[in-house]
Design a protein around this ligand. Structure first.
Ligand code: PXG
Length: 459
């Protein structure tokens, strides 16, 4: 089979047998899947031999870039030595122990304990069980309500999808689960109206206090949020938002949970998103860049307040996954964190790549389709609008984003579309030259999107 025949063959098998996450299978069958075969640095290669600059780090994962032989070698060594053992029943493996100690070292000082999982969703489920167990042990078992945000994303399990505020997920079956309360997101560009970002941020945070008072403070267990909402469209809260959320959590004694699945491990230019915003969470969920996506692994950092109660008063915590602290995943995660430290990638994002990307990204705001170009560190978003003043979206929402994404891929750039918000989060190792290439491809894509929209009567 030549390359093209092989590609078609894979597409046929895919359409016949493979049900994809968050995908319309009939549409995939009609249009055909994109099949990625290889990666090196910030680049991907597909089954047709095309080279793509991966502006999304896989799916917010591949912090150290593709093709790290070192990680492959660590995995092979660990597989030969001990491919699997569990961490139940008083057992551990050296890789799991060393990773736990490394995480205690690099996370904020209140975190000395870690609970391992297999993914971000499992981390969220674990947190819900831990939060409720904590309040039981503290003699307040009626504290079961968890507050989160509309349009937040916390995974796809029953609990993760419930805490998440994606209505279209809830609608597909009896969600959210009981005792989950959603408040509005701090999305200034969409909802800020005439308010300054600072005033809007304070009002968005005040919704937490209103939710607490609605249920009664004695009923509320925790608040959970992503420091910057990722999957929801890179919603960057005003500076006033997180300090106010922290103040409200402190005032009512409720636990603060920072979902660091996307913001963790350098994405913002700090190790963790909570450090970027100056909050002091009691729990953090992590996954993705913990292993740069080379193997699946997640974790929950358990702060001293919760850890002390669970350990001193709790006895056995009846919870665990077969693959908690899987030794191969743990060894690769440890080596991945070693690369991030050795190559000073967090500092690289903070001092070099982040500021340069943000400066170049801001230039895109001059494009007629772009209503706002925002970003932090190595995250960026563009709001595609029909008119800038007053802000007017294309109707129906989401179609223009999809067109723009397809054109970006045709131009050799992977960007993601959330409705009509275009998103990037490239690997932390991206160089200034690669950032220039990303911006140049994004401009060309915006120009082509505009011409297409004019031709098809959208404008
Ligand atoms: N929390 C956050 C903040 C996430 O971004 C999860 C939890 C769940 O992690 P797992 O490992 O169970 O997928 C995520 C996952 C997107 C996209 O389209 C984002 C995620 C997953 C799939 C798609 O941006 N984030």
């Amino acid at each position: 089979m030549n390359q093209q025949e092989q590609f078609r063959h894979w597409q046929q098998l895919d359409a016949a047998h493979f049900l994809h996450p968050f995908s319309d299978s009939r549409q995939i069958g009609e249009r055909g899947t994109r099949i990625i075969t290889r990666g090196e640095g910030v680049y991907l290669y597909d089954a047709e031999g095309r080279k793509l600059l991966d502006g999304m780090s896989g799916l917010w994962c591949v912090a150290v870039g593709y093709g790290r032989r070192e990680l492959a070698e660590v995995a092979a060594r660990q597989m030969n030595e001990l491919p699997y053992y569990n961490s139940f029943f008083q057992c551990a493996t050296p890789a799991g122990i060393e990773l736990a100690a490394k995480l205690a070292e690099i996370t904020p000082p209140q975190f000395q304990h870690v609970y391992f999982t297999g993914s971000g969703s499992e981390s969220i489920d674990t947190i819900i069980r831990m939060v409720r167990r904590y309040w039981q042990l503290e003699g307040e078992p009626q504290r079961t309500v968890i507050v989160s945000r509309w349009n937040g994303y916390h995974g796809s399990t029953i609990a993760g999808a419930s805490l998440g505020g994606m209505k279209f997920m809830h609608e597909q079956g009896l969600l959210p689960m009981p005792d989950v309360e959603h408040i509005n997101q701090p999305y200034w560009f969409e909802r800020g109206g005439d308010l300054s970002p600072a005033e809007f941020g304070r009002r968005a945070a005040a919704e937490l206090e209103a939710a607490i008072l609605l249920h009664g403070p004695e009923r509320v267990a925790a608040f959970i949020g992503e420091p910057i909402q990722g999957a929801g469209g890179v919603i960057i809260p005003p500076e006033s938002y997180w300090p106010e959320i922290q103040r409200i959590c402190d005032r009512y004694g409720i636990l603060l949970v920072s979902d660091e699945v996307i913001c963790g491990f350098g994405r913002t230019g700090q190790w963790f998103g909570c450090e970027y915003y100056g909050t002091r969470p009691d729990l953090m969920s992590m996954a993705k860049a913990l292993s740069s996506g080379y193997l699946p692994i997640g974790a929950v950092m358990v702060g001293d307040r919760v850890a002390k109660t669970l350990i001193d008063k709790g006895g056995e915590f009846a919870h665990g996954f077969t693959y908690s602290a899987h030794p191969v995943c743990a060894a690769v995660a440890l080596a991945n964190l070693g690369i991030i430290q050795r190559e000073k990638l967090v500092e690289h994002v903070r001092n070099a790549a982040g500021p340069y990307l943000q400066r170049r990204w801001a230039e895109l705001a001059a494009h007629p389709l772009v209503g706002e170009a925002r970003g932090v560190g190595l995250i960026g978003a563009l709001e595609l609008v029909k008119a800038k003043q007053p802000r007017t979206w294309f109707e129906p929402r989401g179609k223009v984003g999809e067109r723009c994404r397809d054109l970006a891929i045709a131009n050799g750039l992977v960007m993601r579309a959330t409705r009509d918000t275009m998103i990037i989060a490239p690997p932390l190792v991206i160089t200034p030259g690669e950032i220039d290439e990303l911006i140049e491809k994004a401009w060309r894509t915006l120009d082509q999107t505009l011409i297409g929209l004019q031709k098809d009567g959208w404008l």
